[in-house]
Design a protein around this ligand. Sequence first.
Ligand code: GAL
Length: 823
Amino acid sequence: MKIMKNILKCLIILFIASISIACSNDSKKIQINTIENFDFAWKFHEDDISGSEKTNYDDSNWRAINLPHDWSIEGNFSKDNPTFSRGGWLPTGKVTYRKTFLVSESSKDKRTVIYFDGAYRNSEVYINGNLLGKRPFGYIAFYYDMTKYLKFGKENVITVKLDNSNQPGARWYTGTGIYRHVKLITTNKLYIPVWGNYIKANKVENNQATIAVETNIVNDFDEDKFIDIQVSIFDKKGVLVALQKESKTITKNNSIQHKSSLSIENPLLWDTETPHLYVVKTDILQNGETIYSETSKTGIRTLEYSNSDGFKLNGKATKLKGVCLHHDGGPLGAAVHRRTIERQLEKLREMGCNAVRTAHNPFSEEFMNVCDEMGFLVMNEAFDEWETPKSPTTTQNGAKKKVLVHKYAHVFKKWADKDLTDFVMRDRNHPSVIMWSIGNEIAEMRYESAAKIGKRLVEIVHELDYRPATNGVHGYGSLKRPNQKAAATSDIYGYNYIKDWRLKLEREKFPNVMAVVTEHESAQSFYPRSTYLYGEKKKAWWDKLGYEKKESFDWVEKRDIRGESGMEAWKLVKERDYLMGMFIWTGWDYLGEVIPFGWPARSSSFAPIDLAGFPKDGYYFYQSQWSKKPMVHIFPHWNLEGMEGETVQVYSYTNGDEIELFQDGKSLGKQKNNIEGVEYQTWNIVYKPGELKAVSYKNGENIAEKIVKTSGAPSKIKIETRKTEMQANGQDLIYAECTILDKDGNEVPIANNLLRFDVEGPVTIVGVGNGDNMGLEPFKANQRMAFNGKCLVILQSTKESGNVKLTVQSDGLSSNTVNLISK
Ligand code: GAL
């Protein structure tokens, strides 16, 4: 017991030493590897600046910036931008980044790697004038060993050139820039390469988990090395729960694949509600001294997939209540911020969502980390195109056209295998990943040629990992059904857009396939949040947008473009045990792909949450179906000026079994709600200003209430932040949500007052937004008009700590201030 305690003590000391960037001036000691945040102090210039890769190039008049950075989001929306409606009318082009940095003399005997989690796109990276490599795919992480080009004890210059000028270049907004994090990794010449440590935590039997760790170790020394490889697992309190140590010899200039297997008794399992994580630490020791050390997190869970019971997490049937997401963060564009992701996932979790599909490309490392920590199940998707390019509908000058986009197809043959390999290698340690997706609506899936490609891609996935592969395909069961040989290449059939009859046909013909609804419409109309229009006003709104499709004009989702309505689709998925679940299109609105609209729309409107993060009505439909927390929601709002005396249709969503509506205190009766049957209610009510109250009951007990009230004139501003503290690291964010209230504190759901934001203390305003998908004001500003009562401002910390004050003002309204802190 005492020995065990001592080992434990030593290990904890070792652990702390390694994460605190151990270094020593004692020349006999070998410095442990380091990972440096390389996001700060870059220089930026628009265009491809000739000669800027050279060391002596003078960039003193270039703009100073920190990463992650998206240049496109700083631009103005314009009808002339060649990104068109697909790219949200924002500018793209060529851009160049430079960073000058000192490399110490002591790095001479080390290996120095530069790691980019993603740069959009066609990157060329140079160190001191030497080309390290090119990478066309803008969503992939990549790295280069720069050791041989470095000048030790001197300044060195990295230059990154990006080219996103070939437009339209995507079916949605991509951003332009080094929009993800960059790291500088320094190791000894004996090391584990990037993504070289593979942790499998998917076996649990009789309350005992087996963790398999496969470690690639490289010896770049010109001599053989005798080493110990030690793998330790710690629980979240830092207590050692498993340890394995083994000795090996690696011959000079060689590498080995080392396998460890560790057991944990009574493991705390990772699941969607309690996502327990363990820390796995891999140390390489020489003569008892650590020469390399790396830590990762893992979550222990079992994953089962079947053609009868769908998906099981830890032995329990778990329906995927999923959303597709695109990678952008609304007002911040493509630039990745951990807090943006956390906020997105917090709101989705409150909606009852438990799964995300990374539509339709690799996401950031932060995104995967946050999913691990919050217990989201991830369908991790690689591609939107294989060899055949797509020509999506694009709106130009009011006319709809099919426009070829220059996206990935032209590089697929050369790069797909490498991109897919790197994608799986980067993400395979994440417990949140439950399946891979090799494509979305791949054009060639209707032809046998896709079978060969599909087979190859799935083989790559299987070679690297134990989780199955799916492929989101549109047209199953219809005349456009994919080629069967091509369809059969994925482990799990992915249905994009379902109909009842198609599912029946499909199941009859292929009773043994495993299946998931990779994509389907959401239960949300095309209207922006809190937009309720009647008569002439409604007609004018649609006429202005030049769109004619009567079923789309309803406030509940009746788009019925390619499948059942969102509500109906959820019912079909719910009643079929074999379907693993569904992913709605999309969880949040995203920039670009403004269909069915054209200019002036600049962001999509499919989702139950708008671009600024405010829930729309559809959000509450999913909450009523997916969340257990008692809730009731009614809409429209009750500020329907001009509708006095007219009959108005009111909708309600609840997870109670009965609902009662009151108008100005008088009951209008009760309606039943069959939760299993995926129901919602409609009520015809004669409008008069006043109050509507919905009361939801379960087994006769009042479980939730919701009031909508005709408000008075705008009078004051409510400011809400989910956090009041931020990290003074130059990267953390606080989102402040503003709501306009009347003098009695009622929300004014039609207010559009201009709000001005002032900050005091060590923060900057990095974005504003309001959720209006047709708002053409820039996102980088310190003022914004509210849209239907709401507005958003985003603050970013600096590296200084201190008190922060945010003041929001508007003409004619009393101002408001919140006190925050950065530390
Ligand atoms: C799907 C496609 C998505 C998005 C959506 C818009 O077919 O997979 O990427 O374009 O349509 O409705």
